[in-house]
Design a binder for this molecule. Structure first.
Ligand code: CTP
Length: 401
């Protein structure tokens, strides 16, 4: 995801410094060229050798280090950088950067960077709330720094409050949003639905299905990373929604219908990956239904077909993609959905094919449009999401030309 990108990590003297080892490693695994810059104080919390081992690059601490190939190092690294993150950022370094002071390797390098700078303050609550620190943070924001609001919680100093550096997984998401992929979906509004719906029988029971939501969540994440403004309408799932995506949680098919149709007019692209229940109990019991000795049955009625409704009310230039899960006659049945629901594309998968369908992290999709059927091999749901988005971009660009 970050092949060919240079990421600078600036670490200052805060106990949260140890968490950056995970971040450096995760970035290296995503093929970024990672350079770590530490203040002298930071080296009291974690050893530079840790970062050299994880990134394969020399960790820079001393501006006047004689042991390097001749280049003005803080300038050459700043020129290469695609993004710089200062995390944890102490009150001292925030103060220096906000006031143009550059007296060590980290501050001179950051000052020489023209790329996007992201700051994750981490300090004691009273320090964080100090008006001087707040003024410095605001000043850096006006200069274009992105500042990640610290989390609240138990701090290493024993206090509880704001000032905690977010977990490295969160920091990684900020770097990915900035640097992963070309932003070829910038300016597009994309709505994706994901997960199952739950249709209540009584206060304790419901009708649902095995959808995990992974495919829809992967589409939401990849579209966001490619620059789209993403809304994720999600049925109940056990997975964390991606950052920087507007999430609308729903439970039943009726809720999903209302959420989606309320937002559909403003969307350029709608992808319906959710496994919406086709039927719901006709009567929902207010009290728990008690068991009896003989057989039981539930009378069902049809839910609204959201996709069909969207196909009927499709606005000019809007791209509509449905999903189709089959166990037989996949191509014929899916093509029928394309016609019947007035779709631009159907992403079809056969539940009986190894590695396809619900729950797993992979899928085997066939992308069906009016003119063609493209069979994709087994791949991760994230890669499958990218293929879907590639195809949509190609078709919408063609249509606009
Ligand atoms: N869908 C929807 N609203 C429903 C049911 C399904 O929007 N009430 C959407 C799904 O999100 C998916 C597509 O329609 O994008 C699936 O089409 P559908 O005809 O429901 O497929 P199946 O349920 O697989 O069809 P069938 O039950 O006829 O096998």
């Amino acid at each position: 995801m970050l092949k060919g990108k240079t990421v600078l990590l600036g670490i200052t003297g805060s106990i949260a410094a140890y968490k950056i080892a995970y971040l450096a490693s995760a970035l290296h695994k995503l093929h970024a060229d990672v350079h770590v810059l530490m203040t002298e104080n930071a080296t009291n919390f974690i050893n530079p050798i840790t970062f050299e081992t994880l990134t394969g690059n020399k960790c820079l601490v001393d501006t006047f280090d004689r042991n390097f190939q001749f280049q003005v190092e803080h300038v050459s690294i700043a020129k290469k950088a695609d993004v710089v993150m200062i995390a944890p950022a102490s009150a001292n370094v925030i103060g220096k950067l906000a006031n143009g002071l550059a007296d060590d390797m980290l501050t001179t390098t950051v000052m020489a960077c023209r790329c996007q700078k992201i700051l994750a303050p981490a300090m004691n609550t009273a320090m964080y709330e100090n008006p001087v620190v707040q003024d410095n943070i605001r000043k850096l924001q006006t200069y274009g720094y992105e500042v990640i609001t610290p989390a609240s919680g138990y701090l290493a100093c024993g206090d509880t409050g704001a000032g905690k550096m977010p977990e490295p997984e969160t920091l990684l998401e900020y770097i990915l949003r900035e640097s992963a992929f070309q932003k070829d979906l910038a300016g597009k509004k994309l709505l994706v639905t994901a997960g199952p719906t739950q249709e209540a029988i009584d206060p304790v029971r419901c009708l649902t299905n095995h959808s995990s939501g992974k495919m829809g969540y992967a589409i939401a994440k990849m579209a966001m990373l490619r620059g789209a403004e993403v809304t994720l309408v999600s049925g109940p799932t056990a997975i964390e929604p991606p950052l920087f995506v507007k999430v609308v949680p729903v439970t039943s098919a009726r809720d999903m219908f209302e959420a989606v149709t309320g937002l559909s007019d403003e969307q350029d692209i709608i992808i319906k990956a959710a496994a919406v229940a086709d039927y719901r109990p006709k009567q929902v019991s207010e009290d728990k239904v008690k068991k009896k000795d003989d057989q039981a049955s539930i009378e069902l009625e049809r839910t609204d077909d959201i996709l069909k409704y969207l196909g009927r009310h499709k606005k000019q230039g809007q791209f509509l993609c449905g999903f189709s899960m089959e166990t037989r006659d996949m191509l014929r049945n899916s093509r029928a959905k394309l016609e019947k629901k007035n779709l631009d594309m159907v992403a079809a998968n056969n539940l009986k094919v190894e590695g396809a369908g619900f729950q797993g992290d992979t899928n085997v999709l066939t992308l069906i449009t009016q003119d063609e059927e493209v069979s994709l091999p087994l791949m991760s749901k994230e890669d499958a999401a990218l293929k879907i988005l590639d195809k949509i971009l190609l078709l919408t660009t063609k249509a606009e030309a």
